[in-house]
Design a protein around this ligand. Structure first.
Ligand code: ADP
Ligand code: TZP
Ligand code: MG
Length: 276
């Protein structure tokens, strides 16, 4: 059980991060899958950030130097897209800009797994996956696949996440009923969110984009920025569900709730604990 003062510290951190994203409106380049482009962009706009879905390899040398953070998601990967992802990741890493890798559906194929491992070699700041994705990446073997959905609880992936964080140097975030964030030493659990968020495609992708926006405004503290992004997205889901009749209206209310989040709702709902 966290002490009241620890909870207050987390709540203040989450609210300060959200306020900063709104004030500074970071430019977030997203090279994401076709399914998620709309929801990722709308999530970033609602949070106060500025999304740009720029993915052509010929545009990266001009555009990527201007961004504040990058999000790469392999959900609909093809051999044609991989060079863009690598080029953008290289520019971001060279210029010290934070970037997030979402290994969406990594176990679909050997090509996808190999591509993700190569992208990890380009030093992402954060790797955000669901339980099955993080377990597959950590062991570098695909195992069983259910495509983009997880067949593991996020808590089943804690050891895999720690090991991946230590081997890659990235903060690893595992989404699920409890969102797990680890740098290989500390393990933090974010208990915000609602089960129905799983029934809207691209909520995980949108969370990865939101993490990039939070990293943009606090790049020296990737663990804390990631925890804040996960808590904010979960709280928006909780508030959205109270107004929703099902997944389609939750999608709308989630975006509205994220846009309208105020200090009282954030402070009263942040639910973050340390594991171990
Ligand atoms: N059972 C659950 N209870 C509460 N929140 C959940 C649950 N499952 C997923 N979420 C939330 O839904 C969002 C997307 O996570 P997830 O479904 O794991 O991603 P993905 O779509 O990549 O598999 C996250 O904000 C996560 O916290
Ligand atoms: C359904 C689907 N198929 C390939 S990518 C994708 C979207 C996955 O989104 P999320 O990881 O957020 O569930
Ligand atoms: Mg996903």
């Amino acid at each position: 059980m966290e002490s009241k003062s620890e909870q207050n510290e987390w709540s203040s951190g989450v609210w300060a991060h959200l306020t900063d994203v709104r004030r500074r409106s970071p430019l977030v380049q997203c090279i994401t899958n076709f399914v998620s482009m709309d929801l990722v962009a709308n999530t970033l706009l609602s949070a106060g950030a500025s999304p740009a879905m720029v993915h052509s390899v010929v545009e990266i040398p001009d555009f990527t130097p201007h961004i504040h953070a990058l999000c790469i998601n392999v959900g609909t990967l093809t051999p044609e897209w991989l060079p863009s992802m690598k080029a953008a990741a290289e520019v971001a890493s060279q210029l010290g800009k934070p970037w997030v890798l979402d290994p969406a559906a990594v176990s679909c194929s050997g090509f996808r797994l190999k591509s993700c491992l190569e992208l990890i070699g380009l030093k992402p700041t954060v790797i955000k996956g669901n339980g099955s994705e993080i377990i597959a990446l950590s062991s570098a073997s695909p195992g069983q696949t259910k495509g983009a959905d997880s067949s593991h609880e996020s808590t089943d992936a804690i050891e895999a996440a720690k090991s991946l964080a230590l081997s890659s140097g990235a903060v690893v975030a595992v989404s699920g009923a409890v969102d797990i964030v680890t740098d290989g030493n500390q393990v933090i659990g974010v208990h915000n969110g609602t089960k129905m968020m799983q029934k809207i495609t691209a909520t995980g992708c949108s969370l990865a984009g939101l993490i990039a926006a939070f990293l943009a405004i606090d790049s020296s503290r990737p663990l804390e920025a990631t925890v804040s992004a996960m808590s904010v997205f979960g709280i928006a889901g909780e508030l959205g569900e109270a107004m929703a009749n099902g997944p389609a209206s939750l999608r709308m209310h989630l975006i509205d709730s994220l846009y309208g989040l105020d200090e009282t709702s954030v402070r009263s709902r942040v639910n973050i604990t340390r594991f171990g």
